[in-house]
Design a protein. Structure first.
Length: 286
C-alpha cells in the first residue's frame, strides 16, 4: 500500500506524479472547524504530503438534488461560503473559505458524467459546511479551485458508486476527489450522547465493519451495508452521510486499495475515520 510519506518523498525528488487517490473525509459537527483535534491533523497531514491537485471535486453530504448537479460558475471566481447550521458558536459564522470556482473544470466534470450517461445540470453553488470545513483544514490557503458535486437524495449506494465511477479518470489528470460525510451520523443519538456523556457501542462497531470491508476490498458487502453491517439503520437513519464514500469508491476505479488515515470518535457519536482510496493502476506498491 502506498504511504503518504512515500508520495512526499517522490515529490521532493521531482519524480513523476502518480495518480491521486480519492479521499473519504469527515466533516463532523460544525465545531470541528474550531476544534479539529486529531481528525483534523490527519486531514492536514494528508494534504501536505499528497501531490498538489490542479482542482478539487468535493462531494458533500449537505448538497442533495433530484438530478445530477455540478457547481459550475457562470464565470470563474470566488465561491460563497455557506453557513448552513444554526445555534453554534458565533466564530463559526465569521469563517470564510474563499476558494474559487472554475468554469472550465466544472465543464470537464460535466463531460465525464455525460460520457457515462449522467446528464448533469450546471448550477451556481457555494460551499456548504460539509465542503469547506474539511477543505479549510486540508488547504487553508483556499488557492485550489473547487467544484461541488451533488448527491441524489432518492438514490442509494450502487447509484452513487456508478456516479463516482464516471469520474474515475479525473484523479490521473490531477483532480482530487474529496468525498465528505461521516462513518456514523445519528442526530437523535448526538443529542442524547451529549446529555449522557456516553458513546453507544454501535458507533465503533459500525466504523470497524466499514474499515474491515474496505481493507478486504469487499465492494459487494459495502454496497449491501444496510443489510450486512451491524446497526446500520442506527448508524445512518438516513444515508446521505455515508453515500459520499460510495462516490469515492467508484472514482477510485475497478481496482483499489484503502489506506486508513485516521480513526476516532468525536462528540460521542460521530465516527471521524478518513480513508485514501488508491487506484491499483497508479503503479504504487500495495
Amino acid at each position: 500500500m502506498p504511504t503518504l510519506q512515500a508520495i512526499d518523498h517522490c515529490n521532493e525528488n521531482n519524480a513523476a506524479m502518480s495518480a491521486l487517490p480519492t479521499l473519504f473525509v469527515p466533516h463532523g459537527a460544525p465545531t470541528f472547524a474550531l476544534r479539529p483535534g486529531a481528525a483534523g491533523a490527519a486531514l492536514a497531514a494528508a494534504a501536505d504530503r499528497l501531490p498538489r491537485p490542479r482542482a478539487i471535486v468535493v462531494v458533500s453530504a449537505h448538497w442533495e438534488t433530484a438530478v445530477p448537479s455540478v457547481g459550475v460558475p457562470a464565470v470563474t471566481g470566488t465561491r460563497r461560503t455557506i453557513h448552513d447550521f444554526r445555534g453554534f458558536p458565533e466564530p463559526l459564522y465569521n469563517i470564510d473559505y474563499p476558494a474559487s470556482g472554475d468554469a472550465a473544470i466544472g465543464t470537464e466534470v460535466l463531460a465525464a458524467l455525460a460520457a457515462a450517461g449522467f446528464l448533469a445540470h450546471p448550477v451556481e453553488r457555494g460551499l456548504d459546511h460539509g465542503a469547506w470545513i474539511p477543505l479549510r483544514l486540508m488547504y487553508p490557503a483556499a488557492d485550489i479551485p473547487v467544484v461541488p458535486l451533488a448527491l441524489q437524495h432518492d438514490q442509494g449506494p450502487a447509484y452513487h458508486h456508478a456516479l463516482g465511477k464516471a469520474l474515475a479518470g479525473l484523479p490521473a489528470s490531477g483532480i482530487l476527489i474529496v468525498a465528505s460525510g461521516n462513518l456514523t451520523h445519528n442526530l437523535r443519538d448526538y443529542q442524547t450522547a451529549h446529555r449522557d456523556k456516553t458513546s453507544p457501542a454501535y458507533v465503533a462497531h459500525f466504523a470497524e465493519w466499514i474499515a474491515e470491508r474496505l481493507a478486504a476490498r469487499d465492494l459487494d458487502a459495502l454496497l449491501d451495508y444496510r443489510a450486512q453491517a451491524p446497526d446500520a439503520a442506527r448508524a445512518h437513519p438516513s444515508e446521505e452521510h455515508l453515500l459520499p464514500l460510495f462516490v469515492a469508491l467508484g472514482a477510485a476505479g475497478n481496482e483499489w486499495h484503502a489506506e486508513r488515515l485516521h480513526s476516532g470518535i468525536d462528540d460521542h457519536v460521530l465516527a471521524m475515520d478518513s480513508f485514501a482510496l488508491w487506484p491499483s493502476s497508479s503503479g504504487e506498491q500495495q
